[in-house]
Design a protein around this ligand. Structure first.
Ligand code: SF4
Length: 180
């Protein structure tokens, strides 16, 4: 029987984010995970985070799609912003880069909505991510589901879930500049 719930593509950046948020969204949507993170450096770290996201998807019974890992195109997009602090202009470009591709892929694959786990991050304001999501939603004719996952103890819940599942937890945001 066809599900009544709309299909949503959830951009996820790691296993910690990929554990609690999709479980919450699955009450109202048919959720697939989209791992599109060419910002992550080095490749070993990328593979560790991908593996954790795959494990979370497997436990939750969700499909995970890996996007293209092309760090060169991401580095090109943030050129000139290397010395920005975390939470500054480089991060806005980074959000934009990842959400544009998520919206485009979701539209092409017939999803009604797209969303992102990014707002769970301490330096990732929901108002900026929402504005970017809405911009690409309008551009590609798809809906963006806004969610400030930091609210209502989202970070604690995500950490708890990741701990239960024994998932890899990163200790820097992701790009080479955030390793400093
Ligand atoms: S610090 Fe994080 S959000 Fe900012 S540019 Fe680097 S990976 Fe992207």
């Amino acid at each position: 029987m066809k599900s009544e719930k709309p299909k949503l593509l959830l951009h996820t950046c790691c296993g910690v984010c990929g554990a609690w948020i999709p479980e919450l969204l699955s009450k109202d949507f048919v959720v697939d995970l989209y791992f599109f993170n060419p910002n992550i450096h080095p490749k070993d770290e990328y593979l560790r985070r991908l593996e954790a996201a795959e494990r979370a998807a497997q436990v939750l019974g969700l499909k995970l799609i890996e996007g293209e890992y092309d760090p060169k195109s991401w580095l090109e997009a943030v050129r000139g912003l290397e010395h920005e602090p975390e939470g500054g202009k480089r991060c806005e470009v980074c959000f934009d880069f990842r959400l544009r591709q998520t919206a485009l892929f979701a539209k092409r694959q017939g999803y009604e909505y797209f969303a992102s786990t990014l707002t769970i991050g301490r330096n990732k304001p929901a108002r900026i991510i929402d504005a970017i999501g809405q911009k690409w939603a309008k551009e590609f004719g798809i809906k963006f589901f806004s969610g400030d996952w930091k609210k209502k103890g989202g970070q604690v819940e995500s950490d708890k879930k990741a701990h239960e599942l024994g998932l890899f937890r990163q200790n820097y945001c992701g790009c080479v500049y955030s390793m400093r």
